[in-house]
Design a protein around this ligand. Structure first.
Ligand SMILES: [Zn+2]
Length: 164
């Protein structure tokens, strides 16, 4: 089932999500909905908080990498900061340049059955991990923009939303 995606400045996007503790059919159904919602919106990642579910959970499918389910994810930054034209399904229609994403991370997470696993991600997939982990802690990529870029983007965003 495709779920509605919350859009900035919805305050629910700013809440910190709680750990997933129950690895049951309900979680599997939620993950299925998240993939369906993400593909429908042509995104490469989606955190549960973006559909109003405050669990530490995200799904990703970045380029040729495998589909990933990140339950209770944590990452360690291994690479260097890289510039990136970043966007977010919760800030629709906007993109801007961030400079804080690392180009290489090691991720520790659980799968949908609760089994711990690890992987390393590079480039866009590494950035996506950081972007989704931000969502889980109530942060958005616009928080990483310089103040000038952020206020310019938010002005444009507000105008487009007023126009409908
Ligand atoms: Zn996002």
């Amino acid at each position: 089932m495709i779920r509605p995606i919350l859009a900035h400045p919805d305050p629910r996007l700013r809440m910190v999500s709680r750990p997933v503790e129950h690895f049951d059919d309900k979680l599997r159904a939620l993950v299925d909905d998240m993939f369906e919602t993400m593909y429908d919106a042509q995104g490469i990642g989606l955190a549960a908080v973006q559909i109003g579910v405050h669990l530490r959970l995200a799904v990703m499918h970045v380029e040729d990498n495998p589909k990933r389910v990140l339950v209770n994810p944590e990452y360690e930054a291994l690479g260097e900061p890289m510039p990136l034209d970043e966007g977010c399904l919760s800030v629709p229609g906007m993109r801007d340049r961030t400079k804080t994403r690392r180009d290489w991370v090691r991720v520790r997470a659980q799968d949908v059955d609760g089994t711990p696993y690890e992987f390393e991600a590079r480039g866009l997939e590494a950035a996506c991990v950081q972007h989704e982990c931000d969502h889980i802690d109530g942060k958005l990529y616009i928080d990483h923009l310089t103040p000038v870029r952020r206020s310019r983007l938010l002005k444009r965003y507000q105008k487009e939303r007023e126009r409908g």
